[in-house]
Structures are given as structure tokens and as C-alpha cells.
Design a protein around this ligand. Structure first.
Ligand SMILES: Cc1cc2nc3c(=O)[nH]c(=O)nc-3n(C[C@H](O)[C@H](O)[C@H](O)COP(=O)(O)O)c2cc1C
Length: 188
């Protein structure tokens, strides 16, 4: 096997393409699609989203110190793409994408997206300028889960939501299950 050596670039794929909702108090809420996102800490639960300063949402999240990360599914992928190619400066993306803002109980103004099966309410802990993007470190202060995806034991059947991923310019539906956490060392 031989590997070509390329110049440095981002090829860490697949990733989620989440819909991040935000709002200034009393103003129209907005949604920005973000692929540069990740879980960064278990306790306290924290995640990051990286946003270019020129985005309309950037200043809203910086100024309000809060945002909601909404998971994207197969059903929501068209809306997620739309929210990633149109700006809230001139478009009401909730209306245009047919999405519904839902109050996020732990935040002041940023709404969750009702149609998303899982919404993570976040408070900004730190903003780290990195270059093209500013990294927003968010502490997850509340989680909203669509109850229709809970099984009899209260476990979230995330696989049933039809999770979507983004890889190198394309969206995909999550595929076949290959194993469960720790299966490689489990006795048969
Ligand atoms: C799949 C996808 C992923 C994106 N990921 C990011 C991202 O991680 N950070 C970012 O700043 N913009 C990202 N964008 C671009 C913004 O979503 C886009 O510029 C959007 O129109 C900004 O909306 P706003 O101006 O209303 O804030 C992405 C777009 C798409 C389609």
C-alpha cells in the first residue's frame, strides 16, 4: 500500500452537520448549520462549535452567550442544507425551512428546533479565536429529547431517528450497525 502526501487540510470525516439555533431576546430566531462541531468533555458535558466571524449567527451567539445544537436526521437534511447556504440576515430560516422554534427551558432567548429529535441547550463558556473560525466552547445545560424515540426503559433509540452525517461535501444516512461499544473484547 502506498499513500500520497497531501498539503495540510481538513479531512476528518464523517462528522455531524448540526443545526445551531440562536436568537437575541425579542428578535427573530436564526439557524446556522455547523459541521465543525464535537464533544469535548463528559463532566461537565461540553461541546464545541466553530463559526466564522462573518456569519450572522456568530455575533448573536457571542453577544447572547447561548445556543442550541439540534441533531440532524434524514428527514431534516434538506432543512440543514438550506440553513447552511442562506443567511439569517435576509431570510427567516425557521419559516423558509418549515421548522418550529421551541422554547429552550434553560436558556433566555435561543430556541430549540421542535422537529429535531435531540436538542442540546448550551451556554458559552469560552470563545477561542483560531484563525478562519472562532471556537465556541459550550456547556450543555439542558437536553430536549423527542419522547417518541424513547423505548420502554427510557433509553433513547437514536438509531430510529435516522441520523444524518456529512462527509466530504455530501450528506448520508447512518448505515449498518457494525458492533456495540466494547464488542471486540467481549467473550462470545
Ligand atoms: C454542511 C454545512 C456545514 C457548515 N459548517 C459550518 C461551520 O462549521 N462553521 C461555519 O462558520 N459555517 C458553516 N457552514 C456555513 C454556514 O452554515 C452558512 O454560511 C450559513 O448561511 C450561515 O448562516 P447565518 O449567516 O444566518 O449565520 C456550513 C454549511 C453547510 C452547508
Amino acid at each position: 500500500m502506498s499513500k500520497a502526501s497531501w498539503k495540510p487540510s481538513n479531512l476528518l470525516y464523517p462528522v455531524p452537520a448540526v443545526m445551531v439555533s440562536c436568537a437575541r431576546p425579542g428578535e427573530r430566531p436564526n439557524i446556522i448549520t455547523v459541521a465543525w462541531t464535537g464533544t469535548v468533555c463528559s463532566e461537565p458535558p461540553m461541546l464545541s462549535v466553530s463559526i466564522t466571524p462573518k456569519r450572522f449567527s456568530h455575533d448573536i451567539i457571542r453577544d447572547t452567550g447561548e445556543f442550541v445544537v439540534n441533531l440532524t436526521t434524514e428527514k431534516l437534511v434538506r432543512a440543514a442544507d438550506f440553513c447552511g447556504v442562506r443567511s439569517g440576515r435576509d431570510t427567516d430560516k425557521f419559516v423558509a425551512a418549515g421548522l418550529t422554534p421551541e422554547a429552550a427551558p434553560h436558556l433566555s432567548a435561543a430556541p430549540a428546533i421542535l422537529e429535531s429529535p435531540v436538542s442540546l441547550e448550551c451556554r458559552v463558556k469560552e470563545i477561542i479565536p483560531l484563525g478562519s473560525h472562532d471556537l465556541f466552547l459550550g456547556e450543555i445545560v439542558g437536553v430536549l429529547v423527542d419522547e417518541s424515540f424513547l423505548d420502554g426503559k427510557g433509553r433513547l433509540a437514536l438509531e430510529k431517528t435516522g441520523p444524518a452525517v456529512y462527509s466530504h461535501g455530501f450528506y448520508y444516512r447512518l448505515g449498518k450497525e457494525l458492533g456495540r461499544y466494547g464488542f471486540s473484547v467481549k467473550k462470545k
